[in-house]
Write a protein that binds this ligand. Structure first.
Ligand code: HPA
Length: 256
């Protein structure tokens, strides 16, 4: 199957009939649900597990992305709960992520550690696929999903939230939203030649922004409201004719 959806916090299934599949990879075992979308099949993977038991810094990103590759996946939409450090984007808004700034510290962020796999470098001029981003905007209009715009994502190590001064720094560096999972997921997708796009669901103001503290009930409420519309939009976007001809996603890897 060509297409997949990765569900972040609050998105643990697609609310559709599905069959479970287990994929073994050299990095670990991964559970996915397979659903029908038109005449295609789409794989669904819950990033934190269906019961949200895996914290962001311990997710087996390499196994997840390799499992999708082994299923034949070329196109991936991912959701990500994020905090906003830009006053233009408020809790409840949806943004399309266009770039990231990486502040992670402990993660295995490549398939190319030398040895059997060799050494490679991957181009990051467009980490998030341009074609899939445009397609998401087009389909979202017909689904009545209100997208607030493009956003730059700062990825932190977590699982703790940020201090007020960390958020001040991220803002100064050009970040609009902050989350804990897009890196290395997007990087590994690109190493595997996949088209990958991520959509941020803003669940809270970041620490100190608008003088607010982060409240858990806010986060859960926002996700519950947005989940179904967002996953319907992903499925619709994946149903159409997809190709990798007008983007560089499949040609971003430089092997040494
Ligand atoms: N910071 C980091 N990750 C997050 C946040 C946040 O404020 N909200 C949701 N995920």
């Amino acid at each position: 199957m060509e297409a997949a959806i990765i569900g972040g916090t609050g998105v643990y299934d697609l609310s559709l009939e599905s069959r479970a599949e287990t994929v073994e990879t050299k990095y670990g075992t991964v559970q996915v649900d397979i659903v029908k979308a038109g005449d295609k099949e789409v794989a669904f993977l819950a990033r934190h597990g269906k019961d949200h038991s895996v914290p962001p810094h311990l997710i087996n990103y390499r196994a997840n992305m390799k499992a999708l590759k082994e299923l034949g996946v070329k196109y991936v939409y991912a959701s990500a709960a994020v905090g906003s450090c830009n006053s233009r984007f408020a809790p409840g808004d949806i943004v399309v992520i266009t770039d990231f700034i990486d502040f992670t510290k402990t993660r295995l962020a490549t398939f190319y550690d030398g040895g059997e796999e060799g050494v490679a470098h991957v181009d990051m001029s467009d980490p998030y696929c341009k074609n899939l981003r445009k397609r998401f905007y087009d389909v979202a209009v017909t689904e009545g999903l209100n997208i607030k715009g493009d956003a730059v994502y700062a990825c932190t190590e977590g699982p703790r939230f940020e201090t007020g001064h960390e958020i001040k720094m991220y803002r100064q560096l050009g970040a609009d939203v902050v989350g804990m999972t897009s890196v290395p997921e997007v990087v590994l997708a690109k190493e595997l030649g996949m088209c990958y796009a991520a959509v941020g669901i803003i669940t809270n103001w970041c620490t100190g922004v608008n003088g607010k503290e982060i409240a858990l009930h806010d986060i859960k409420g926002v996700l519950e409201k947005t989940r179904e519309k967002l996953t319907r939009t992903f499925i619709k976007a994946l149903e159409g004719d997809l190709n990798q001809q007008n983007c560089s996603c499949a040609r971003s890897l430089i092997q040494m």
